[in-house]
Design a binder for this molecule. Structure first.
Ligand SMILES: [Zn+2]
Length: 330
């Protein structure tokens, strides 16, 4: 199975009221943990690399790791650039084997965002690659992206139609209250549930509904959509870590989003937390170990557990690989 694009995935996800998980990858064990989970559950998958991942692992390693995963797991996988900052970065991924790229012009004024996105779309489409654009700005920190809460802004529904039409993008990332990183909200912005877990303000489903009305059938993307699963935060803190007040997006809200026009849900922080929890727990239990295979195995096992949980309980994409492969092969 070669790498696939996201067009067929999004079409089926829209119709079937589920979402495709877009998981960030940086190394072999993260790729393995994610693809073993998706392979076992027959789920389609987007693996995405940020500029930071390409700097850390090198583009060629990432492409070949994902190619290896495709040889082992019989599921459709798209390879996507997360947060392309400029035309050149997008071009190098388009030329270098990716099947989808994001151009993030969201910090530019509306007209400049359109111009930049259009330029990337023209080049990408000539090469059979799909493009995700962004309108509105998320708060938080993720690799090279750092937006303060004051500069964050919701997507304006009245802008989406013009943006999609003028740029020709294939999917649109929107800001409706999600946020990058593991510390998504300040405690004072949140309430606490019965278990004492911080719960952030609800996502702006009203804005999402307005956007859906303006651009019906168009695939929407949610960034910053980790739920910061308390289990992994607890393991990290119980084993020498110090993650105070980590807050994520409640999974019932993400599940609700997955049933709407949201076809792609980005997950990065949860992977980092799962890997770190496994390694910290291992070191604490086995201070005598020094073979990286021993402790990274535990990190990888938690990645697999986490991704299985997301596919079944948040994305709803389990068992959907075949319906996508069927339309791709036509
Ligand atoms: Zn993002």
């Amino acid at each position: 199975m070669p790498l696939v694009g996201t067009k067929e995935m999004f079409k089926k996800a829209y119709e079937g009221q589920y979402a495709i998980g877009a998981f960030n990858v940086n190394n072999m064990e993260i790729v393995q943990g994610i693809t073993e989970a998706a392979g076992a559950l027959k789920s389609p998958l987007i693996l995405q690399c940020s500029a930071g991942a390409r700097k850390y692992a090198k583009h060629e390693y990432l492409v070949h790791l994902v190619q290896a995963a495709l040889e082992i797991n019989d599921i459709p996988i798209a390879l996507h650039l997360d947060h392309g900052a400029d035309f050149e970065t997008c071009k190098s991924c388009i030329d270098g084997g990716f099947t989808s790229v994001m151009i993030d012009g969201s910090h530019f004024p509306f007209k400049e965002n359109i111009e930049l996105t259009k330029k990337v779309v023209e080049y990408a489409h000539e090469h059979g690659v799909l493009v995700e654009g962004e309108l509105g700005q998320l708060a938080g920190i993720e690799d090279d992206v750092n937006v303060s809460a004051e500069n964050a802004s919701y997507t304006q529904p009245e802008e989406v139609e013009e943006f999609v039409e003028k740029t020709g993008v294939d999917s649109l990332a929107i800001a409706i209250g999600t946020s990058h990183g593991a510390l998504k909200f300040k405690p004072e912005q949140c309430t606490r549930n019965a278990d004492g877990v911080l719960v952030p303000p609800e996502l702006r489903f009203d804005i999402l509904a307005e956007i859906e009305k303006k651009i019906p059938q168009f695939p929407i993307v949610l960034h910053g959509a980790s739920s910061v699963i308390p289990k992994y935060v607890k393991i990290i803190n119980a084993n020498g870590g110090n993650l105070a007040d980590a807050v994520g997006i409640p999974e019932d809200q993400l599940r609700k989003a997955a049933k709407s026009a949201v076809c792609k849900i980005n997950i990065d922080s949860d992977l980092r937390l799962a890997m770190t929890a496994g390694i910290r727990e291992h070191f604490n239990a086995h201070p005598e170990h020094f073979d990286p295979r021993q402790y990274i195995t535990d990190g990888r096992a938690y990645i697999k557990e986490l991704v299985e949980h997301k596919i079944k309980n948040v994305l709803g994409s389990d068992g959907r690989a075949d319906e996508i492969m069927a339309i791709i092969k036509k």
